[in-house]
Write a protein of this length. Structure first.
Length: 160
């Protein structure tokens, strides 16, 4: 039903939380979006978050998530595999640490963004960095001397 083109928009909104991939694959979704400018605003928040978090979420949905007032949308977008460098940079500077932490966990993080996140004011972001398997010796040493005891402990366990 979630993928059927004749499914009403309101029903798709209710199905999206449990069947986000099928809703995104619905061939009528783009047309519904054009016909109903506030389509997503009428859907449950959890349903739209499920859609935004999908790897196949289209660009218009990612842009919606990036601009949303609720930071949970940016957390969901930060895991998308096809973010542009500008989108990643925007998320890496986000005011909410959970968004920056999600960026810090990305396997495709550029050296520039990695360096910036090493100086993040929130230890939670640096703790995520400490768990990365791909850190250079200089980065590892910087995290071993981190101001946060938790980050230093994570680095000590890593060596363990």
């Amino acid at each position: 039903m979630a993928a059927h083109p004749n499914t009403p928009a309101a029903v798709l909104g209710r199905l999206a939380a449990e069947h986000p991939a099928q809703v995104l694959a619905n061939p009528a979704l783009g047309l519904l979006r054009l016909a109903h400018s506030g389509l997503l605003e009428g859907w449950p928040t959890e349903a739209v978050l499920s859609l935004v978090a999908q790897p196949q979420a289209p660009g218009w949905l990612r842009r919606y998530g990036l601009a949303h007032a609720d930071a949970r949308f940016q957390v969901a977008v930060a895991g998308h595999p096809s973010l542009s460098a500008a989108e990643l940079e925007q998320l890496a500077r986000h005011r909410v640490w959970k968004v920056r932490a999600r960026v810090a966990a990305r396997p495709d993080l550029s050296l520039e963004l990695l360096a910036g996140l090493l100086g993040d004011p929130d230890y939670g972001v640096r703790l995520v960095l400490a768990s990365r398997p791909d850190l250079s010796p200089n980065t590892l040493e910087q995290l071993r001397r981190d101001s946060s005891l938790l980050v230093r402990q994570a680095m000590a366990q890593r060596q363990g």
